[in-house]
Design a protein around this ligand. Structure first.
Ligand code: ARG
Length: 252
């Protein structure tokens, strides 16, 4: 079972680091991927990539599943089929504590003096265009880049999934959640290889069994717990190790 993901998104998918700093792919999407593979009696192969690459891969039909905190955005239906919703996420606008006074509510983000980011290829870009059209909007490849640029002061605010903001905040306390952002397609789905009706059916079966048995809730708890410890978010280097911290790269 080939599953593509974008491991910059705790508690959904990220690398948990052990005492030696060695990374293991973790997060509740990854636990669910293993559960589904076991249910289908298939061997799991996870292929990490930047989020933007996921949509292209699904379009090409090269992967079985995309598990990356995906929102059920209608436009994506041309590239993949959607499972049932498995997690009820919501959206957030975030900044850093030093800039918290600038933003009183969502309307205050719509100001040409501010630079506001979202991850490339995500529905958060649509939210930025909808709620902050007058701001200078930037696309960043990784959710990690957004956090690094917020902290270094290159951007003023960003749109991101609520629970991801909470997880990053555990490691970067200066992050501040300004408000919830309304979004009609809230919740997350798994993207399934398009037109593969059997795969869709059995993945939904596995998914619902995982949720109904209470197993999935345990995956979420475990992922949140791990995400508050040592993590690395983004792609590993060629040696399979974390590369330079993005905050350091940002100053180059
Ligand atoms: N839910 C948003 C979307 O589907 C963002 C997902 C980003 N996922 C990630 N692993 N970075 O567009």
């Amino acid at each position: 079972l080939t599953v593509i993901t974008s491991p910059d998104y705790a508690p959904y998918e990220f690398y948990a680091l052990d005492a030696n700093g060695d990374p293991t792919l973790a997060g509740f999407d990854m636990a669910l991927a293993q559960y589904i593979a076991d249910y289908l009696e298939l061997t799991l192969e996870v292929v990490p990539m930047d989020f933007n690459g996921i949509l292209g891969e699904m379009q090409n039909g090269t992967a079985d599943l995309a598990m990356a905190g995906l929102s059920p955005d209608e436009e994506r239906k041309a590239a993949m089929d959607f499972t049932d919703i498995y997690y009820g996420g919501k959206q957030a606008f975030i900044t850093v504590s030093g800039k918290a006074d600038l933003f009183t509510d969502l309307a205050s983000t719509n100001n040409s003096e501010y630079t506001i980011a979202a991850q490339t290829g995500t529905i958060q870009n649509d939210l930025a265009a909808e709620y902050s059209p007058n701001a200078e909007l930037v696309n960043l490849t990784k959710a990690t880049d957004i956090i690094a640029e917020l902290i270094s002061g290159q951007i003023d605010g960003a749109y991101i999934e609520w629970d991801v903001a909470v997880a990053y905040k555990a490691n970067y306390p200066e992050l501040t959640i300004v408000c919830e952002v309304p979004y009609e397609d809230d919740g997350n789905i798994i993207g399934v290889n398009k037109g593969n009706a059997d795969l869709l059916k059995y993945v939904n079966e596995a998914l619902n069994k995982c949720i109904d048995s209470g197993e999935f809730a345990k995956f979420v708890d475990a992922a949140q717990e791990l995400a508050s410890g040592d993590t690395y978010e983004g792609m590993l280097g060629e040696d399979g190790k974390p590369t330079e911290a993005p905050e350091e790269e940002a100053g180059e």
